[in-house]
Design a binder for this molecule. Sequence first.
Ligand code: AHG
Ligand code: MN
Ligand code: MN
Length: 329
Amino acid sequence: MQAAVTVPSVGITLDRFILRKQKTFPSATGDLSQVLRDIALAGKIINREINRFGLADITGDTATDNIQGEIQQKLDWIAHVRFIRALVNGGEVCGIISEEEAGIIDTGNPEGKYVIAMDPLDGSSNIDANVAIGTIFSVYRRVSPLGTSPTVEDFLQGGRQQVAAGYILYGSSTMLVYSTGCGVDGFTYEPTLGEYILSHPNLTFPAYSKTFSCNESNQRDFPPFVVQRIQEFYEQRFSSRYIGSFVADFHRNLIKGGIYLYPPTQTHIQGKLRLIYECYPMAFLAEQAGGKAIDGQQPILDIIPNRFHQRTPLYIGSSHLVDYFEIPS
Ligand code: AHG
Ligand code: MN
Ligand code: MN
């Protein structure tokens, strides 16, 4: 008799993968699977907008500032709107917070069990230059009662309560990378099929690497211990690779090994990146991929949040490199 052939998972579609994973949890109702599908759909739509943005008149800055006071680019807003629309239509999510809006967005689905925090477009300063950008998302099970409107507490649960997190990278190809707490898997979008295909199962940071990513021109503002570590990197002939899109820098470091850091600076004394919708989800992925994420003193996921748009210093990536940035006591 012919031996059974084991079919490798690589090459299966995201939908099939989500279904297979769901079946390994007999108690799963499928609601989270639907949320992930809705996010994936939002990614396809944003991907389409990005790809055609050179043709349409949607490039450049809008006149308004977003709530961080940074110039808000049109594509940021378009991504924000498209993402919300996909989640509203999906029905499983009761509320959303976004980099692009100050407060809670009520989806009008009070029966939805989940809330989402998102950075709809990360790396926006790169949009006009056709450089890789991304979307970051984080999923929580709501703590407010079903059938009511979402509350602040739903979004301030802390990073360890995330039930799923991930990013969509709009790069030389578009990829969805996510985790539900059982490892990290990467899917490459095949535009002619309209499907995400599993291309990077069980992603982990390589054990060895000598790459760091940071805006080195800020060094004069960095805390002295950070400057010292960077000097040590120079002496050890590390490579410096900085795209200026967190998603893209993180992704490269996940594939090739490395660390991304955004320490406090004079203009951003608490760090620049946002805790809830940039750092928590990426820290969740980093830990799931065998890496680490800290603020210099504690794991990012252990920080107690107190407001939606708070910032934190961040050191994230391969464990052996993140360990360099624990503040000496
Ligand atoms: P966003 O586009 O969502 O505002 O995020 C930009 C972030 C991050 O993606 C990037 O790594 C960092 O800002 C770059 O900051 P600098 O230009 O200060 O280096
Ligand atoms: Mn961002
Ligand atoms: Mn953004």
